[in-house]
Design a protein around this ligand. Structure first.
Ligand code: ZN
Length: 244
């Protein structure tokens, strides 16, 4: 099976559409949370995900948009976007977000937004936090989002290694997961923060363990214009150009 793994779409429809086109053909989407928040098209992004067979979990922005976490815990830009998103959501899309679980498992894979230890909030952004969570994960492999930075950690006999996914890009650079524990972040579709503004995602074959991380250009200016006309914070629009 070919499975599209995405995280942190953040209501950026233009980026999501570009990823779907670039990733085709695939059979299923695994979404690692933060489908909404920041971007201008929350309803459209939820509807588009639901057109596909999918497995999805909740992120902090998804829960904030439906009042399951307090927006007071967010920075001012994220809070303003969260309040705007909450006002836009159609009933069925609100119910979809409300119904998302914090963690899902499929075979050897566990899906969470932040980390196994703290699914909504924890950022796995260094090797110490990665090692602690690899020890806790219920399956051999874990898929996470939240940091908006593509990366893979693997662990064997207490030795942890970090793989820059730049080395996993493209057909020829795909890697095959082996018997080591691994944690993969496919990067962010709708708001990359690793200095590369292109949408980031992964293609995974869960049976063979083959993983490929890809980047694709999308019309950033279109999303920025829609954010501005919706009155969303300008800082969040500007950072899309930078991938920061
Ligand atoms: Zn996010």
């Amino acid at each position: 099976m070919r499975c599209l793994v995405i995280a942190d779409v953040h209501a950026n429809l233009a980026a999501f559409q570009a990823v779907l086109r670039d990733a085709a053909p695939f059979e299923e989407i695994w979404c690692l949370g933060d489908l909404v928040g920041y971007g201008p098209d929350p309803n459209e992004c939820i509807a588009l995900l639901r057109e596909w067979p999918h497995l999805a979990i909740a992120g902090n922005h998804d829960w904030a948009a439906v009042g399951k976490v307090d927006l007071e815990d967010f920075n001012p830009g994220a809070r303003a976007a969260g309040e705007w998103t909450a006002r836009q959501l159609k009933g069925e899309n609100r119910r979809f977000l409300e119904g998302l679980a914090l963690q899902q498992e499929r075979g050897e894979f566990c899906l969470v937004h932040g980390s196994v230890r703290s699914p909504i909030w924890e950022y796995v952004d260094n090797t110490r936090v990665a090692a602690e969570n690899l020890a806790l994960q219920p399956t051999r492999y874990c898929l996470v989002g939240h940091t908006h930075t593509p990366v893979m950690y693997t662990e064997s006999k207490g030795i942890l290694s970090r793989t820059r996914t730049a080395h996993m890009r493209g057909e020829r650079s795909a890697i095959v997961l082996d018997d080591r524990k691994a944690m993969l972040n496919p990067g962010s579709v709708g708001q990359p923060r690793d200095g590369d503004r292109r949408a980031s995602y992964a293609l995974l074959d869960p049976e063979s363990g083959r993983v490929e991380v890809r980047r694709v250009e999308y019309p950033v200016a279109d999303t920025q214009a829609r954010m501005r006309s919706a009155g969303l914070p300008d800082r969040n629009a500007l950072r899309l150009s930078l991938g920061r």
